[in-house]
Design a protein. Structure first.
Length: 137
């Protein structure tokens, strides 16, 4: 797939994940628990479909940790604040679909403090290559 076609294939996909638990990533002791029904990429790690805990590593760090509930998959990613004054009716994980892959792009806690993962077509292409190399695909 050429770069022009790849860029045109960028589609935003929003998943309101099935969530439980404390719903804000504004503080490190709060978390979102989500059941993600498809494989996705965070940083250079491919995560299988399943149940995940998302939380900020430490107060104000902007680093989110995504951990499978069985503890077998853990990845951290740097985020930036997303300006939004609205609060969500329930927490959301928002994914961006690019070239048949899903990328975690935003975390929307119920109580505010939305966080955005920086994604560009170049970054996503690089992450697809890295995750493919790791899995042997």
């Amino acid at each position: 797939m050429n770069i022009v076609t790849s860029k045109l294939a960028v589609i935003l996909f929003v998943l309101t994940a099935i969530t439980t638990g404390a719903a804000s990533t504004a503080r490190a002791d709060e978390r979102i628990v989500a059941n993600v029904p498809f494989a996705f990429i965070v940083g250079d790690m491919r995560m299988p479909a399943g149940k995940y805990v998302v939380m900020e590593v430490s107060d104000g760090s902007g680093v989110l940790e995504v951990t499978s509930v069985d503890g077998r998959k853990v990845v951290c990613t740097l985020t930036i604040p997303e300006s939004s004054d609205a609060t969500a009716s329930q927490p959301e994980l928002i994914f961006q679909k690019y070239s048949d892959h899903y990328f975690l792009s935003r975390v929307v806690p119920q109580e505010g403090g939305e966080r955005k993962v920086i994604l560009t077509p170049t970054i996503m292409d690089q992450e697809i290559v890295r995750t493919s190399d790791r899995s042997g695909n």
